[in-house]
Write a protein that binds this ligand. Structure first.
Ligand SMILES: *Cc1c(COP(=O)(O)O)cnc(C)c1O
Length: 382
């Protein structure tokens, strides 16, 4: 079945009692035993809850995984993945990760004796060279945030598997509609469901999809022992979001492509970072590895003053962190999502004071375009 069909039906069949076509919100913390020593398959909602389990089945199915575990946030999901490791193990990660992931690895994970080497993962040779004898896990985001650099997932999987270590891909930006890392050899996929999977900016959550039952089991155990579960109300919202994921992604992408090309034609925009542009250095890899280019676009206005004037002038594009909702957002990474990255490191990466990132929503293209044009004109006067 095609992904559009699977989005609508994944993870749930009408239940016996009523035939309800949607999974109920099982607002329950605990479950009555049938009799002494005999439960009905459900014991306590930290361990499992039917609404959450339906979401886990759905996302596992869409990503082509064996199992999935839904968490209270994307960062809780990534933290659980790091809990597969032991003190002394090392992680190799992309060097322009989501700011919160960088902060998690540099603070909490490092304090637990698990150090991370950050590397430009857009070059497979650099990635390979960064892996040492104690590396146990490679963590990639592709495309990266906010610089839109790609990593070759199949090449990274070969590097990981030659050395018997895990490859984890954060697939938040593209979703299984446009990219399925497990099919390319990854062992685990993580998502901030806060973004496209839920898609309506009304819930925070995360999920890890495991390629094997064994890894899924280990993650369920970690979650049960730590407790950062997704609640049933949020699981319901994300399930509802999934039903329209394919049509939303198509609408996001159509707007994203058109706006990236409009920005690329403007003289007052220094550079536009979008893998769908033929001028993107990894456009070929993007066309090969991805089923679509997504709707995240970064571009540079050169100075803080212009970036500020642009953000002050937009009307439809709301100035906010986060991404992947139906509404269009603009974000200034240096002062917002990437404020935790030290200025020198930001400079080295190319996350300058003039860089802006758009999460293009599903509004009418002409309205979005008009909003950007008038904000660019306003920025030009700053
Ligand atoms: C938002 C985000 C996260 C973190 O997810 P939360 O739900 O905010 O904890 C991780 N990775 C990427 C790519 C993200 O965009």
């Amino acid at each position: 079945m095609k992904i559009e069909t699977r989005c609508v039906r994944a993870g749930y069949e009408p239940e016996e009692a009523t035939g309800a076509v949607n999974v109920p919100i099982y607002a329950t913390s605990t479950y009555a035993y049938r009799r002494f020593g005999e439960h009905r398959g459900w014991e306590y909602s930290r361990t499992a809850n039917p609404t959450r389990s339906a979401l886990e089945r759905a996302v596992a199915e869409l990503e082509g995984g064996a199992d999935a575990v839904a968490f209270a946030s994307g960062l809780a999901a990534i933290d659980a993945v790091t809990n597969l490791l032991q003190p002394g193990d090392r992680i190799v990660a992309s060097d322009n990760l989501y700011g919160g992931t960088y902060r998690l690895l540099e603070t909490i994970t490092a304090r637990h004796g698990i150090a991370t080497t950050f590397v430009d993962a857009s070059t497979s040779d650099l990635l390979s060279a960064a892996v040492t004898g104690t590396t146990r896990l490679i963590l990639l985001e592709t495309p990266t945030n906010p610089l839109m650099q790609l990593a070759d997932i199949a090449a990274a999987a070969r590097i990981a598997h030659e050395r018997g270590i895990l490859l984890v891909v954060d697939n938040t930006f593209l979703t299984p509609v446009f990219q399925r890392p497990l099919e390319l050899g990854a062992d685990l996929v993580v998502h901030s469901t806060t973004k496209y999977l839920n898609g309506h900016s009304d819930s925070v959550g995360g999920i890890v999809v495991a390629g094997t039952h064994e890894l899924g089991e280990r993650l369920h155990t970690i979650q049960n022992n730590v407790g950062a579960i997704m609640g049933p109300f949020d699981a319901y919202l994300v399930l509802r979001g999934l039903r329209t994921l394919a049509v939303r992604m198509a609408a996001h992408e159509a707007n994203g492509r058109a706006l990236a090309s409009m920005l690329a034609h403007r003289r007052d925009v220094a550079r536009v970072l979008y893998p769908g542009l033929p001028g993107h250095p990894q456009h070929d890899l993007a066309s090969r590895q991805q089923g679509g280019f997504g709707a995240m676009i970064s571009f540079d206005l050169g100075t803080l003053a212009r970036a500020r004037a642009f953000c002050d002038a937009t009307g439809i594009f709301l100035l906010a962190e986060s991404l992947g909702g139906v509404e269009s957002l603009v974000c200034h990474p240096a002062t917002m999502t990437h404020a935790a990255v030290p200025p020198a490191e930001r400079e080295r990466l190319g996350i300058g004071d003039g860089l802006l990132r758009l999460s293009v929503g599903i509004e009418a293209l002409e309205d979005l375009e008009a909003d950007l044009v008038q904000a660019l004109d306003a920025a030009g006067k700053a």
